[in-house]
Design a protein. Structure first.
Length: 234
């Protein structure tokens, strides 16, 4: 298994397809493998956590009945205005990110665009356990301006456009019922899975409006009075 972890980490670092994954990996073993993969990819530089598969449709497609949790690589952070290439498996998700202290208490929140990369080389490998093992396709994420945490995000609608045409629009409650509920789930899940919470970590709380292929164009993610993020895919 150690050899497979190293091959997975090398593929993730290089932006290449993953090697063939185990046929019958269970979720507990997958989470143990995830921690090894994250350590090998990041060198220990983890910037936060991510919730994945927060929508029922995605869970069903991957044979899951619940969301997943993974880590954010420190080297994956990007700033608004960035331009990057599309590629196989590269997608976009509109999320809200929450910065926490070492106790998990929320400090600030703001827009985040996750840019995951689904890198399976064999379609037969697309299941929940293998997705967990490869750290839920974590790659890059664009972090917008953080603001003081609000009591509620029920009035926030997030709209993503590409070259002025709407890609998706959804309420901030679309992921696990909203940022506060998602944060509570993530902190509990992190404790169960042995994932450390450190001061200043960014926790991104799940896709609002689904997952979309990163097609070329100029994008704007409008979060209302929370701000916006613009970026270009080439």
């Amino acid at each position: 298994m150690e050899e497979l972890v190293q091959r997975m980490a090398a593929a993730l670092r290089a932006g290449e397809p993953l090697p063939k994954m185990p046929a019958e990996l269970d979720l507990n073993a997958a989470y143990k493998m995830q921690q090894q993969v994250v350590a090998a990819v990041s060198g220990g530089a983890v910037a936060g956590l991510k919730a994945g598969m927060t929508a029922a449709a995605g869970q069903q497609a991957f044979g899951l009945t619940h969301p997943l949790i993974g880590s954010l690589y420190a080297h994956g952070r990007r700033e608004p205005g960035i331009s990057f290439e599309s590629g196989p498996g590269v997608s976009l998700e509109c999320e809200i990110g929450i910065v926490v202290d070492a106790d998990g208490a929320p400090q600030t929140a703001g827009p985040v665009i996750e840019v995951p990369r689904m890198a399976f080389s064999d379609a037969a490998d697309r299941n929940g356990a293998n997705l967990t093992a490869c750290n839920i396709a974590a790659d890059r994420y664009i972090v917008g301006t953080q603001q003081p945490l609000r009591d509620s995000y029920g009035d926030v609608t997030i709209t993503l456009t590409r070259d002025g045409e709407q890609v998706t629009s959804a309420p901030a409650s679309d992921a696990l019922g909203g940022p506060q509920a998602a944060l509570a789930w993530m902190l509990n899940e992190a404790r169960q899975r042995g994932l450390a919470i450190e001061d200043g970590m960014l926790l991104i709380t799940g896709a609002c409006g689904g997952i979309h292929p990163a097609e070329p164009g100029h994008y704007r993610a409008d979060y209302g009075d929370l701000g916006s993020i613009e970026f270009t895919v080439t």
